[in-house]
Design a binder for this molecule. Sequence first.
Ligand code: 13P
Length: 252
Amino acid sequence: MGRRKIIAGNWKMNMLPNEAMDFITRLSESVRETKSEIVLCVPYTDLFYSLLTAQNTNIKIGAQNMHWEETGAYTGEVSGKMLKAINVEYVIIGHSERREYFAETDETVNKKVKSAFNYNLKPIVCVGETLEQKELGKTSEIITNQTKLALEGLSDEQVKNTIIAYEPIWAIGTGKTATSEDANNSIKEIRKEIEKIYGEEVANKVAILYGGSVKASNAKELFETSDIDGALVGGASLNVEEFKNIIMSAEK
Ligand code: 13P
């Protein structure tokens, strides 16, 4: 469908600034010619250092969360306006770890996505089912509903620029990956839901990534499917060689 692949790393609560700078310097040398979009979503404390190191490379930098308000009495929070001010380009919204441990809801996800667009940040919106929901046969219902609620009230243009990451919760950090067929089917369901609301032209533009124990050894198979447009990589994005090999798996 002509969509460009996006390979995004989610460092979660890992990496100090010196480690981030070293990683980006080493990675940038080996990915100069790649066709995919490469994004590293780093902790807030690494953002500034990472942005400086990534200048004049094809590595883009993202945050892992943001608040939907612009400013105010929200101790410990960081707004989209603040991220934009230092030239952050991407932001993960609604990661399952934030939904589980930090009371993120479909409603706050939607507010954050809207706010991200207000500041020209590209949101990477995470959706995914728990093991229990999967076993109850509810995967499709859960992920299409999360997608619908996350995108509510957005313009066609904004939806086209939203990146969705399908991350089955049972596959995150467990070493268990969804089969490429299952992951592709779930991603097709998400695209179908977007098509139902926004039409085919919009749905075909949306990049939908897979996340959950993606490694160099399983990336190629995932990327060869019809609808998986890349990966959101956790653990394996902390190792330069491994992450580079995932990126290379997406090069045709
Ligand atoms: P792992 O790749 O460590 O399973 O994490 C996936 C993830 O949560 C990326 O956002």
